[in-house]
Design a protein around this ligand. Structure first.
Ligand code: CA
Length: 438
C-alpha cells in the first residue's frame, strides 16, 4: 500500500516536472519549480538525511513533502528513518557512500561528541558541522499513572519526600531518555536537580528506545520518560501516564534539535548545503503558520513517517495539551516553534546555545572541566552559523530576521537560574546539584 502510494506520487511528480520543463519560462515563473534550473550550479542534487520519527523532524519532512528541497535544486533527497539515536550515530559514521547517511537530525551535543570521537567506534573523530536548529521546545516529561497524586509536577521539590521514600524502599524512581548525555537526559536532570533531587543518586536513569516507551511504562520498567512528541502526549492519550512538565516550562524558548552533517560532505558541497538550508528554512516558515499545523500533523502522522493517529500530534503542534492530571493548557507559545519565537530566530544555530549544551555536559561529568576553556575554539569549528546567514540572505530573509550576534544572551530557567554565555563557570557555581567541582 505504502509502496504503491510512493510510486504513484513519484509518477505524478515526474509528469508534472515534465510538463513544467516543456512549458514556457514565463509560465514557470510563479510555480514551485521542481528544480532543474535550480540544480544547475550545485555540486550535487543528492543527499541522504537521517531522522527520528518525532516532531523535531517536521521541517525535514515538510521540506520534502511540500517540494522545498526540489525547489532549491535538491531533487534527489532521501529521508531515512532511523531506528534509534545510536543507529543514526552509526550511520553518519559510515556516511552515505557506505550505505549510511550524510547527516540529519541530532540531539545536542551529539555532533560535538561525534566530532570528538567520544561516542564513535574506537573513539574515531568524525568531524561534523552544526548548521541549523530544527525546532524549539516541543518535548515533555511524562510520568506513569501509578505515581498520580504524589505531587510530581514542574515543581518537583513537592515530591522530594516521595522520591526519598521510594529510594529508602529499595526501588528508586526510574526516569528514561532515548539517548544518554544529550537533550532528553539534560531536561530530566535539570528538572529533578532544580527540585533538590540528585539525578545520579536519588533516582535511576536509563536509556529506552522510543518504540518501547508505552510497553515499558505499562510494565513498570520505567516511571518517567522524556522525548519529543508523539511520545509524551501518546502516554496521556493512551491513559497510562500524565505530563509532569513540558520542556517549554523548564526553559522557555529553549533550543531543541539540530541539523548536523558530516564536515567532509559540507566542505565538498557548500552550494548544495546552502540549498538544503534554504529548503528547510522555507519549510520551517511553513510549519510556523498555525493555519498549516493541522496539515502538518496529518503529513507527519502518515504511515511513511510517524505512523500514529493524527490526534496524538495535533494537540502538541497547536499548543493544546491535556496534561492528563486534570490540568489543561492552551498556549501557542508552548508549541514547538520552528522559525521565530519571542526571542528571535529559532532556526539560527546560536553558538551560545552550543556552549550551554557543552557546559551542561561538564556539569554532569560527561565532559572534563577543561572543555570550557577549549569550548570557544571547538564551537567555532563545529557550528557553521555563517552558512546559515549566507543561505538566509540568498533566500531573501529580511535583515531584521537574521540575528546580529552569535549569542542569544542570558538565558533564564524556570527556577530562576541564569546562564550567561560570557561566564559559564558562574552558571555552574550557581547550581547546587552537579557532578563537577568548580
Ligand atoms: Ca528532542
Amino acid at each position: 500500500m505504502t509502496n504503491f502510494h510512493n510510486q504513484f506520487s513519484r509518477r505524478k511528480f515526474i509528469t508534472i516536472a515534465g510538463s513544467v520543463a516543456a512549458g514556457s519560462i514565463i509560465l514557470n515563473a510563479g510555480l514551485s519549480n521542481p528544480g532543474s534550473a535550480q540544480s544547475k550550479g550545485l555540486e550535487t542534487t543528492k543527499v541522504k538525511l537521517g531522522y527520528i520519527p518525532i516532531v523535531e523532524a517536521a521541517p525535514l519532512i515538510i521540506a520534502k513533502e511540500k517540494g522545498f528541497f526540489a525547489k532549491h535544486g535538491m531533487t534527489d533527497i532521501e529521508l531515512s528513518k532511523q531506528a534509534s539515536w545510536g543507529a543514526a550515530r552509526d550511520n553518519v559514521e559510515i556516511g552515505s557512500s557506505g550505505g549510511g547517511i550524510d547527516g540529519g537530525q541530532w540531539q545536542m551535543p551529539m555532533p560535538y561528541y561525534i566530532s570528538m570521537g567520544k561516542i564513535t567506534k574506537g573513539n574515531k573523530p568524525i568531524p561534523m558541522y552544526v548548521l541549523l536548529q530544527l525546532n524549539t521546545q516541543g518535548n515533555g516529561i511524562s510520568v506513569s499513572d501509578k505515581h498520580k497524586g504524589q505531587k510530581i509536577s514542574l515543581k518537583v521539590s513537592d515530591a522530594k519526600a516521595y522520591f526519598d521514600k521510594l529510594k529508602a524502599g529499595g526501588s528508586r524512581f526510574k526516569a528514561a531518555y532515548t539517548f544518554p548525555q544529550a537533550n532528553q537526559d539534560f531536561w530530566i536532570r535539570y528538572w529533578l536537580a532544580a527540585g533538590g533531587i540528585n539525578p545520579d543518586t536519588d533516582v535511576e536513569l536509563l536509556t529506552v528506545p522510543s518504540a518501547q516507551t508505552v510497553a515499558n511504562m505499562k510494565t513498570g520498567t520505567m516511571d518517567a520518560f522524556s522525548t519529543g512528541d508523539p511520545w509524551p502526549y501518546r502516554i496521556v492519550i493512551d491513559k497510562i501516564g500524565f505530563l509532569a512538565a513540558l520542556t517549554a516550562e523548564i526553559w522557555k524558548n529553549h533550543p531543541e534539535e539540530y541539523l548536523g552533517m558530516r564536515a567532509d560532505w559540507v566542505d565538498k558541497n557548500p552550494k548544495a548545503t546552502k540549498a538544503i538550508l534554504k529548503a528547510i528554512m522555507e519549510a520551517q516558515q511553513w510549519c510556523d503558520n498555525f493555519g498549516n499545523r493541522k496539515e502538518l500533523a496529518e503529513i507527519c502522522a502518515g504511515r511513511e513517517y510517524f505512523n500514529v493517529p493524527i490526534n496524538v500530534l495535533e494537540g502538541p503542534l497547536l499548543g493544546k495539551y491535556d496534561k492528563g492530571d486534570g490540568k489543561k493548557l492552551d498556549d501557542k507559545t508552548m508549541a514547538p516553534y520552528y522559525w521565530k519565537d519571542q526571542r528571535g530566530s529559532v532556526s539560527y544555530p546560536y553558538r551560545s546555545h552550543d556552549l550551554w549544551f557543552l557546559t551542561e555536559s561538564v556539569r554532569w561529568g560527561f565532559l572534563p572541566p577543561d572543555t570550557l576553556d577549549k569550548a570557544k575554539g571547538m564551537i567555532s569549528k563545529v557550528n557553521r552559523e555563517g552558512l546559515w546567514r549566507e543561505a538566509a540572505k540568498e533566500l531573501g530573509i529580511p535583515a531584521a530576521d537574521i540575528p546580529k550576534s552569535t549569542s542569544r544572551g542570558v538565558e533564564t530557567f524556570f527556577d530562576g537560574i541564569k546562564f550567561d554565555p560570557e561566564n559559564p563557570k558562574a552558571y555552574l557555581r550557581s547550581l547546587k546539584i552537579k557532578k563537577v567541582s568548580i
